[in-house]
Design a protein around this ligand. Structure first.
Ligand code: NAG
Ligand code: NAG
Ligand code: NAG
Ligand code: NAG
Length: 348
């Protein structure tokens, strides 16, 4: 009996389909997806953006079944994500006897079958390659680390971290810097290697896989958009509120001060005006000025409302009297009625 290993079976299978002229396989690489018994797995099927609206399906060679996009069954979901140019296939309750076999991501275009991705699914109690979590996330500008475990048989195989979308791979021991993100892979040489991606960009989101030899396991990567620093914002808000409250308080303080000053001045006014009492009786103005010799001279100006009126006939007169000292208008203590008053009366 001729025995074939998995790789040969895969190519024989592809050859059979090619012989029938229905398959146009665009990838050609061979992968074994190793998953744990009873577990579940999600496989990304990337396609060209131009096939966004095409009908796509997941083909199982075990029962030759096609499951079209947007199908959800108990143990199988095939969901299209046109915005990401991919559809995902999730298989649950994995059993070696039921699920081990070849699968393809495919679509029919003008009667021709196009296979975009093919793999051999192998359910194992101890998967050859596994990850702790098949979905990880990090923040823009931050970093992410993923630990990939491998079985002892894969110790000396090539370890890689690859991106499904463009099939680019990073290899253990090498540091690739792509723009601001960098990927570093370190291998403990026994059972796991760690992938560290730093300086994450939003475009780093997507599906990756870690592999040892031909065994692999997919990992979904989400890079969360960096948000403006919330704490800083809250602090700024607090500062603004504080400043506003301070400003209002200051304004209030000024207002109160002005009010107090005015009240105080109002109360003081009669006292101050004792120095100069003006009496208006009809058109006669009597200015009674008490002053001491050392006081500065007092100038009194009479304003004419309309000095340019040609018809005006106003007589200005000023009488400077020695006012008799009566009880009612007693000069302040120590003061005296000072008789030298300069009174200027002139139209201007
Ligand atoms: C889903 O998997 C479980 C466990 O293997 C099985 O019992 C059940 O019948 C499956 N459902 C379908 C619809 O195949
Ligand atoms: C499948 O569902 C996705 C949303 O999950 C939707 O965008 C897409 O148009 C659907 N495709 C089909 C063929 O119904
Ligand atoms: C990483 O660098 C190596 C050469 O050092 C190159 O062969 C490989 O394609 C690079 N990988 C990516 C993803 O840029
Ligand atoms: C990469 O870093 C430079 C400065 O070091 C910055 O100007 C540029 O915007 C960054 N690019 C991305 C894609 O983050």
């Amino acid at each position: 009996m001729v025995t074939y290993d998995k790789t040969e079976i895969f190519y024989i299978s592809i050859g059979f389909w090619l012989f029938l002229g229905v398959i146009c396989y665009s990838s050609g690489s061979y992968n074994i997806l190793t998953v744990k018994t009873g577990g579940s797995v999600t496989i990304p099927c990337y396609y060209d953006r131009k096939y966004k609206h095409q009908k796509k399906y997941w083909h199982s060679e075990i029962d030759m079944s096609n499951t079209y996009t947007n199908t959800t069954e108990e143990n199988l979901s095939v969901i299209d994500h046109p915005d990401q140019s991919l559809f995902t296939v999730t298989i649950r309750n994995l059993q070696s006897t039921k699920h081990d076999g070849h699968y393809y991501c495919a679509m029919k275009i003008e009667g021709k079958t196009i296979v975009t991705y093919g793999l051999y699914l192998q359910v194992q109690s101890e998967p050859d390659v596994s990850v702790v979590s098949s979905s990880v996330s990090g923040h823009e500008g931050g970093d992410i680390s993923v630990q990939c475990f491998y079985s002892s048989g894969y110790k000396d195989k090539l370890k890689q971290w690859c991106r499904y979308k463009d099939k680019s791979c990073y290899t253990v021991g090498r540091i690739n810097t792509s723009q601001n993100s960098s990927v570093q892979i370190s291998d403990d040489g026994r059972r796991s290697f760690t992938v560290l991606m730093t300086g994450l960009r939003l475009t780093d989101s997507g599906w990756y896989y870690c592999s040892a030899g031909e065994a692999l396991n997919p990992v979904h990567f989400t890079v969360i958009k960096a948000e403006p620093d919330k704490e800083k914002d809250a602090n700024n808000e607090l500062l603004t509120v504080w400043l506003l409250v301070s400003a209002v308080l200051l304004l209030l303080l000024i207002l109160i001060s002005v009010l107090i000053l005015f009240t105080w001045r109002w109360r003081r006014r009669p006292e101050q005006d004792k120095q100069q009492i003006r009496e208006i009786k009809g058109c006669r103005t009597t200015d009674m000025i008490y002053s001491k010799p050392e006081d500065p001279p007092i100038y009194s100006t009479i304003n004419d409302e309309n000095p340019n009126d040609a018809n005006r006939d106003i007589i200005y007169y000023s009488t400077i009297d020695d006012v008799p000292v009566s009880e009612a208008v007693k000069p302040p203590a120590g003061g005296a009625i000072y008789s030298i008053i300069y009174s200027t009366v002139a139209p201007h």
